[in-house]
Design a protein around this ligand. Sequence first.
Ligand SMILES: C[S@@+](CC[C@H](N)C(=O)[O-])C[C@H]1O[C@@H](n2cnc3c(N)ncnc32)[C@H](O)[C@@H]1O
Length: 275
Amino acid sequence: MNGKHEPLTEAEMAGFRLDAALLDQLRAFAPPPARILDWGCGRGRAVALLRQEGFEAFGVDTDRAVLRNGHALLRGRGLDPERLLRHLDDIRTFGEDGFDILFSEETLEHIADIAALAHESYRLLRPGGLAVHSFPGMRRLVEPHLRMPLVHWLAPGVPRRLLIQACLLLGHGPRPPWPEAHDNRGRPMPLAGQAALYARYLEEKVHYRRIAEIASIHDRVGFRVGHRILGPAPAWAGLLPESWRGNGFPAGNVLLLLHKPDIIAPRASTGSTPS
Ligand SMILES: C[S@@+](CC[C@H](N)C(=O)[O-])C[C@H]1O[C@@H](n2cnc3c(N)ncnc32)[C@H](O)[C@@H]1O
């Protein structure tokens, strides 16, 4: 994993980059000092970087311990971490229409309730604002968190756990292996135990969805939805159905673009008019 359980340091920040396509999109849409919210900000690496670039950046995450691991670095830069990095429970402390841009990087696939994200994004963005999410497509050949081929193509269950175990046997798997995959003397757990751990992670913490499903959830909330696929694709991938290439086959990330309309049409009335 990415060291999110350790305090964020200036040395780590020196090597940290945001995805180039994502950053270009942010800069082109609303240059500094635009107000930006990083959804799934972790320790606030992107918040710190974007503040350095002159953006008014904030972050939100569901993991309090991870959020706290960004506090010292922000404080060291003369910033107020409690104000900049907030827990999802406190999202309503941000007023409506307050952000030009909301974005996430490698996070959308971890969000269980996409409808809640869509509604909240719409509330937080100003009219004309943009949400951008960069995340791995569900049709990638290799599952990027576990670094194992095809394991996310199978539904949770015994066949998936056995495929994970076979991948471990063949030398595929997280690098370095996760600390949780070791016993309390630091020795690697038996392969079956590791496979159960990684299978549980995939089932509980990673939610792959078709882009059409994510788009329709956002469309219903009122966003204008577009997306493109980032990353190399061999020429023969063009022979495959759009539902594969459009979902990241063989190694693509999705860049999802959600525009909140400038002029919001009044919602159609559903109930009877009060007399
Ligand atoms: C892969 S990490 C990305 C971390 C961050 N972008 C970075 O560069 O350090 C995904 C993050 O999403 C957070 N997360 C998961 N579900 C969430 C949700 N519903 N709302 C906000 N954050 C969430 C996790 O706690 C985790 O910190």
